[in-house]
Structures are given as C-alpha cells and as structure tokens.
Design a protein around this ligand. Sequence first.
Ligand code: FMN
Length: 414
Amino acid sequence: MNDTPKIPGSQRRVPKPEGLNPPVGSPAAGDPPAPNHSETNPVGPRLNVDDWERAARSRLSDMAYGYYVSGSDDEITLRENRSAFSRMFLRYRVLRDVSRRDLGTTVLGHELPFPLMVAPSAFHQLATPEGEVATAGAASEHGTIMILSTLSNRAVEDVVAASQHPVWFQLYIYKDREITGALVDRVVAAGCKAIVLTVDAPKLGRRERDMRTGFHLPEGIRMENFLPDDYRSLPQEQGESGLASYAADLLDPSIQWSDLEWLVQRAPVPVLVKGIVHPDDAVLALKHGAKGIVVSNHGGRQLDTSIPSIQALSEVRRAVSGHSCQDGSLPVVLMDGGVRRGTDILKAVALGADAVLVGRPILWGLAVEGREGASKVLSLLHQEFDLAMALAGCRCLDEVTEDLLAFEKPAHKV
Ligand SMILES: Cc1cc2nc3c(=O)[nH]c(=O)nc-3n(C[C@H](O)[C@H](O)[C@H](O)COP(=O)(O)O)c2cc1C
C-alpha cells in the first residue's frame, strides 16, 4: 500500500512533534475541545450537525428555515449530496501510532487548522441579528476562512473587521457591469483576499418551498453591499420567491468564460470559480485565469439531479492534476455539498480536495446560538475529523490517500 503523498503540489504539512493545532477554547493543547453536550434542545442533546439542524428548525420561522434547507425541484441532488458520502466506505489503516496528528493544510498561502472553510450563503440575519459578522467571528475563532456572499445582510467592511483571518468574497455578476465592478473594487478595498465567482446560477433554481412561503426579507433586513436601493431589497409578492424575482431582474444569465477573464483582469486578488462539476469546465476555468475551483452544485439548489459533489470531485481533481494556473502555481481544489461528518471531510480529502466548505451547518449554529453556535458547529466538525483521522490511521493529510476509499458496487453489477 502506498504511504506517500499522492497529490502533486499538495501544501499539506507533515505532523508536528507537538501534535495538532487545537481549535480555540481547547482545554488542553493536543486535542480539539469536546463539544458541550450538556445543552439540550427539544429533541435531545446536540451531538452532531443533524441535532443542530433540528434545534435550528424549532427557532426559525417556516420561511427562513424553508429558505435555508431547501433544494430545487424534487431536491434529489440535495439528498444525493449526502447519500453519495454514505456509499463510500473507508479501508482504514492500523498500527501506525496515531497518538499525534496534524490536521493542518494551506490554502492560497493561508494555514488552516483543519481542511474546512465556511461556504458563502446569503442572508445570515434571518438566523441571528449580528448576521455575517457573527459568522466571521466564529470562522476567525477557528482560524479558518469565511467566504462572504454577495447577498450578505452586513456590509463587507464590518465582516472583514470581525475576523483575524482572511475573508474571501463570493461574487455574482450583475447585468449592470458598473455595479459589479464597483462591488469588486469595494470588497478588495475592504480587505477580501480572494474572489469566488459563482457560475452555476445563470438563473436561480426553482425552489418550491420559497414559492410556497413567498420568500422575502423581513422589515429592516437588507443587502448591505450595494448602494442603489433596488439592489438592496427583495420584492415581495404572494406565491413568489422574492429572491427568484430579484435574480431574474438583476443577475446576468449571459455570463461566459470571457467574463471570468474580465474579473481576473479587474481584481488584484486571486479568483476562484465555484459551481464546477464537469472536468472540462475545471480545465477551462484554469485556462481563463482562475487560481482554483470549488466543485459544487450549490448545495442542490440549482440544477436538480445534477451529480453529487463528492462524485464530481474525483473526476475534476484528476482533470486538473496535469494543469497549472496561468502563473504556474498549482490550482486549489475545494468542494462543498453535504459535508456533515468528520468522515465526509476525510473522504473529500482522500479524493483530492484541499479543503471542504460547509454551508447549512453554519446556518444551523447561527440560528440556535448566533456566533457561539456557529463556533460550536465548527468545533464539532473539527473534533469529528480528528477522530476520523486517528481511526483511519492517518497522522497528517498527506496520508489521506485514495486507497483508503472503497465504493459500493452498483446493484446491477453485483
Ligand atoms: C441558504 C443558502 C444560501 C446560499 N447562498 C449562496 C450564495 O449567496 N452564493 C453562493 O455562491 N452559494 C450560496 N449557497 C451555496 C453554498 O455556498 C454551498 O455551495 C452549499 O450550501 C454547500 O452545501 P451544504 O449546505 O450541504 O454544505 C447557499 C446555500 C444555502 C444553503
């Protein structure tokens, strides 16, 4: 069995003699803190991300919960993002002295204590009054990167100020390129260290839950990164999703590869492309100037029945392996969609992800306990990943190799 690193140019670190970097609040260096299980919710202690979701559901309005939880159409991709992980099994290694583990990695020069970042998601003030400032605080406590959505309720300057660690900005391209360009200039001036261009939403997926609730932003909640008023609020109509109307009116369905080049020229920070599932698109993104790819189907919220992200990841990683970015650097490969357990992170790393992003789990934490809740969810995932590493016989990420994975055989081949 091959024990050597498999990913060319991986920036993963070898184990340090002192063991892993403890997350904030760790009672003793060397082990991640135990989540506080004494707190309870209507359905029991919050031992895992699903418990946090149940607690969040009981605190959110039907409209907010429906917006956060929903996928598009029949929500097949939403479910498959999760179940694809459960069709993968771990061929763990033994007798490797796992008493010391280093979970750290480096993404675009920034050291992460474990390979997880915060995915961009819209409207955090539906979960907590502090909104994205709370999220940035939680991400910062854990030394990780938060990707701030274009559709954030708090201004980018306030969010960057709340973090000691890099904040990246997720961009949607608007029909009005002046507005888009001004937004890029603003977030760069605010200190965002990278821009993540979302490319899987030329139109908004059909989210029936939002149509049923007539999704809109409650009084006093706006999108604070825009100046013109018609860009700051969502329309409100019975039986319609306000976000769908907003996107149809303002976002540009004509975006193409030349727009990525425009952005790369305009932004003095690295640009990554989010929403890639086809290996050829991954290679095209690098050719047009991207520094990295986020393998993602938008958490099952865009094209329903699209391939689960974890399934797309291995094809994309293989496709980009022989390619470098325009400046000769190695591309960053991130993935998101359905990551809820430490073993999910392990599987994504084994398939070549430099790190995963989590979307909804952070929203559940925010909804239950604001910044503190998001921080507890991050601790939980950190601790689960650390345990998964130890039980799989891995002391550092270079040892998390594809041979650890076994796949369920399709029924017709058995
Ligand atoms: C409520 C919600 C809002 C989102 N908003 C955005 C957004 O504004 N921009 C974007 O690129 N992706 C957005 N996403 C997609 C996430 O970035 C991410 O791809 C997805 O949530 C990952 O799946 P997970 O929720 O299963 O972890 C959103 C996802 C959710 C659940």
